[in-house]
Design a protein around this ligand. Structure first.
Ligand code: C5P
Length: 242
């Protein structure tokens, strides 16, 4: 009857829903890309890079903990997500990542493009394993599509687009050029010259450059803390739009 205690599962659901309602990114769909891409040379080999996916996964989890519905498009990586509300889509090559992004892009409020996408892919994939011969081997490469630039060209009013720049020289200049050419709201710069920043580490050191070219430099932090800084900035921008 009336006085009977509700089932514990119902109580938990009720509390979760009440908490979620008050989160800053509730009902916001956000697309995140993470990890490397692998570009096949033959059935055995590929061209890849050192991206671990840690930063992108930390961002996806942080956005989810702020109430967002996250679609995470992940290249090959050993990372796992902590949040059950993150919808993960696994891809391998840059072309697959592009197609997956285009599929979800028009329905999302924001995109955080954290993936280290290959810039070049073999012009053709050998159907058989390439045999070792005397002398060298030349592999012809063609450019991949720049996913972020493609999304920047299609950006709708009110959509927020964030990119990453991993630089080894002229860091701020190069990042600002990317911000403009890819039509971004802000870019997250990390330099391989900074100790503790970049691939595979659990820490990162970033500078955020916004569309007015204002720069905010952050200290060395764990990737989870860096993710929180980036996601707070995203929440700020989304709320300015609303
Ligand atoms: O031009 P660059 O590769 O340095 O730009 C880095 C940014 O662009 C990152 O946000 C990355 O995810 C994105 N990117 C992309 N597609 C590519 C290359 C980079 O989305 N083919």
């Amino acid at each position: 009857g009336e006085g009977r205690m509700a089932e514990p599962e119902e109580i938990v659901c009720f509390i979760e829903a009440e908490i979620k309602k008050k989160l800053p990114l509730v009902n916001q769909k956000i697309l995140v890309t993470a990890g490397p891409t692998y570009e096949a040379i033959d059935p055995v080999r590929f061209i890849g890079n050192h991206s671990s996916g840690k930063m992108g996964f930390a961002i996806a989890d942080q956005l989810a903990s702020m109430g967002a519905d996250v679609i995470l498009i992940a290249g090959p990586t050993a990372q796992t997500t902590k949040h059950k509300s993150v919808k993960r889509v696994d891809v391998t090559a840059a072309s697959e990542m592009l197609n997956a992004c285009l599929l979800y892009y028009k329905d999302v409020k924001a995109c955080v493009m954290c993936a280290a996408v290959a810039d070049y892919t073999p012009a053709s994939v050998s159907p058989q394993k390439i045999k070792k011969k005397d002398g060298g081997l030349n592999i012809e490469l063609k450019k991949t599509a720049d996913i972020l630039k493609t999304l920047g060209e299609k950006k709708q009013k009110g959509q927020v687009l964030i990119g990453f720049a991993l630089e080894t020289e002229n860091e701020e200049y190069n990042a600002a050029e990317k911000l403009k050419s890819k039509n971004l709201d802000f870019i997250v710069l990390n330099s391989l010259n900074d100790k503790g920043a970049g691939f595979k580490t659990d820490t990162n050191k970033i500078t955020i450059i916004d569309h007015k070219l204002h720069k905010t430099a952050f200290g060395l932090k764990s990737k989870d803390e860096v993710a929180a800084d980036i996601c707070n900035k995203i929440a700020e921008l989304i709320h300015e739009e609303i």
